[in-house]
Design a protein around this ligand. Structure first.
Ligand code: ZN
Length: 55
């Protein structure tokens, strides 16, 4: 079975996305940051460093 990937935003925000598809997690997180945190100016690369594998 494929491992589950997860990206969580800061605890204040509480946003979290999980999927077996790395692409889906990354796209979802990028969209979230654009909508909820336009001031953060995070690149896709920055966001990717936040990705964790859930066991
Ligand atoms: Zn957030």
């Amino acid at each position: 079975m494929q491992s589950l990937k997860e990206i969580s935003c800061d605890p204040v925000c509480g946003f979290m996305i999980r999927s077996h598809e790395e692409r889906e997690v990354l796209d979802g997180a990028v969209k979230h940051v654009k909508h909820a945190h336009p001031d953060m100016k995070l690149t896709e690369k920055d966001i990717k460093t936040k990705m964790k594998t859930v066991k």
